[in-house]
Write a protein that binds this ligand. Sequence first.
Ligand SMILES: [Zn+2]
Length: 261
Amino acid sequence: MHLRRSKVKFSRIKQIFISHLHGDHYYGLIGLLSTFELLGRKGELTIYGPKGIKKIILVQLELSEAHISYPMHFIELESDAPERIYEDDKVMVDTIPLHHRVYCNGYLFRAKPGPRRIVIEAAKEAEIDVAYFNRLKQGHAAPNKHGVLIPNTSVTLDPHPPKSYAFCSDTKYFPEIVKQLKNIQVLYHESTFLEAHKDLCERTMHSTAKEAAHIAKVAKVETLVLGHYSGRYRNLEDFRTEAQEVFQNTLLAKDGKEFIF
Ligand SMILES: [Zn+2]
């Protein structure tokens, strides 16, 4: 767990999303929950994951006689269809049902479009009082100090495109997910194997780098991030090379590495 070394403030972590109950995807969770307790966390925490996640965590806490004093909620998932599991005024989170050896979901995180952006110089020049700026941000026209109605688009710009990120691990090649990933900014897709070991994908229900790239290409995402490489490979650059035959804008995830989009 490299979270402590990252710059993420623990108190800002209010939700945790677990894809499936294979150990490498949640064994670190109990340690993290205990660390939160040691650090005196007070704020609520909500954990999303497959049905069973609550039992697994509570039995570990019970048998180790560990007590968690901050409010902890579990949202257990069992649907095979995409679900909106979280929404507030800024973001929404949907599940992306994946195809793995056990029940597994990826997660799609999308920001909502922000307000229109006021071009301050233009608004000043049009002699619009700052009291009307909120109206402009909402897309309405506003009067200037002479009572002339100024059209919104002459003093504002479109909002920045909302950010979007999909996390897809673990899964075999599953084109079904493409419809949820259309035109998103960043797709993380597992690539456990290279094409040379494609036969292992069937058995283990994982994907190759090339398959991940196919998903990225068909979904027309902006950036593909690969990860979850099998330990058998020495040179991770091979994953990028293989994926780039299909999808150029491919990055390699590594523990502790940060991407800013
Ligand atoms: Zn797995």
